[in-house]
Design a protein around this ligand. Structure first.
Ligand SMILES: Cc1ncc(COP(=O)(O)O)c(C=O)c1O
Length: 360
């Protein structure tokens, strides 16, 4: 290979904040089959048969054409399902894209972006891409929002509820207080809310600074299709529309999401199975000596006996069972386990039982 004399300098081309940026680390996606995959909070059940039929139906000559720039058919279904007008809804290429669009709109160079930690680690990455000041607020002992977060001055505050990786739900009363005390935008990331009991969507009627993001990746089993949507005031949505890519959501994914959202029966059935399975897993893990945090999501954050999370993660990996372990000071003693099918949960808990008895 020829020498590339300019290579050591290449970082100079980047804005300083990008050159120094630590990229978001997605959970491991194995290429080979045979894993019990409980590390990225995907849905263990297939997408609605109606979503799959919609994909087959649209995969024809129409793909020559650009998709609808504002995904109106999908937004109509969302409007119907949630009872919000179309003008208060935007669709995106996963909720990640909506988070990025929000930061593009509300966080400029040097502006404060405030968010609790531990939470979704993409928040800080997106803030830094903007050249904004990422200000983290440590969650309290039970992963509640810390007092100083409420009154903090920020261009935008980001809160995931249920939070990842903790599973903590911040109830509408808490979000209301946050909205009352914040002069900037409050974005509530409700990626997991369909497994919880309460959403903050009704607060949209009272607070023009609220933006709520949702996804089809978890409760609609469409992580691979990359579809998210968000609700806010009509004015806020119109502003966000200005910064989106022209055709930000492809036609195939939009059709899949519209059909999945319309299939309410399948949605409720699978969400309920996951919630039941989650509570069963909590009991089994508690019986094995784990401390398990309350979760309103499709995963559990738990501390194995003795806090030996790293060892258990490795021992599970050897058995081709993937869970998530975050090697950070606050989370090192915990593992996060996505809720799978009953069969997967049996394999997991059987393996954990065997690992624990081997180590004692
Ligand atoms: C809190 C949170 N928000 C958003 C996302 C991403 O969702 P999407 O697949 O819609 O981009 C995730 C993914 O794991 C998440 O944990």
């Amino acid at each position: 290979m020829p020498d590339l004399p300019y290579l050591p300098e290449y970082m100079n081309w980047f804005r300083d904040n990008i050159a120094g940026l630590e990229a978001y680390q997605p959970g491991f996606q194995p290429r080979e089959a045979g894993f019990v995959k409980l590390n990225t909070n995907e849905n263990p059940y297939p997408p609605s048969p109606r979503a799959l039929a919609a994909v087959r139906e649209i995969a024809d000559d129409r793909l020559r054409r650009y998709p609808d720039p504002t995904s109106d058919r999908l937004r109509e279904i969302i409007a119907e399902v949630y009872g919000f007008p179309l003008e208060r809804i935007i669709a995106g290429n996963g909720s990640d894209e909506l988070l990025a669009m929000a930061l593009r709109c509300f966080a400029g160079e040097g502006d404060v972006v405030a968010y609790p930690t531990p939470s979704y680690s993409l928040f800080g990455v997106l803030a830094r891409i903007q050249g904004a000041k990422a200000v983290e607020y440590e969650l309290n002992e039970n992963f509640g929002l810390p007092e100083d977060f409420f009154s903090a001055e920020a261009a935008i505050k980001l809160v995931a509820s249920p939070n990842s990786p903790t599973g903590t739900v911040y109830p509408p009363a808490t979000i209301r207080r946050l909205l009352e005390e914040s002069s900037g935008v409050v974005l509530v990331d409700e990626a997991y809310v369909d497994f919880a009991e309460e959403s903050c969507l009704p607060l949209l009627l009272d607070y023009p600074n609220l933006l709520v993001t949702r996804t089809c990746s978890k409760s609609y089993s469409l992580a691979g299709a990359r579809v998210g949507y968000a609700f806010a005031s009509e004015e806020m949505i119109a502003g966000i529309m200005k910064v989106k890519d022209s055709y930000n959501l492809n036609a195939v994914s939009a059709a899949a999401a519209a059909a999945a959202l319309a299939d309410r029966e399948y949605f409720f059935l699978t969400a309920e199975k996951i919630v039941t399975q989650r509570e069963r897993l909590r009991e089994t893990l508690s019986g094995l000596g784990f401390s398990v945090f309350p979760s309103g999501a499709n995963f559990l954050l738990c501390r194995p006996p003795g806090g030996r999370a790293g060892e258990i993660y490795e021992a599970l990996l050897e058995r081709k069972i993937l869970v998530r372990w975050f090697d950070t000071p606050r989370l090192r003693e915990f593992i996060r386990i996505s809720v799978g099918t009953p069969e997967e949960m049996e394999i997991l808990t059987g393996a954990i039982g065997a690992i624990l008895s081997r180590k004692e």
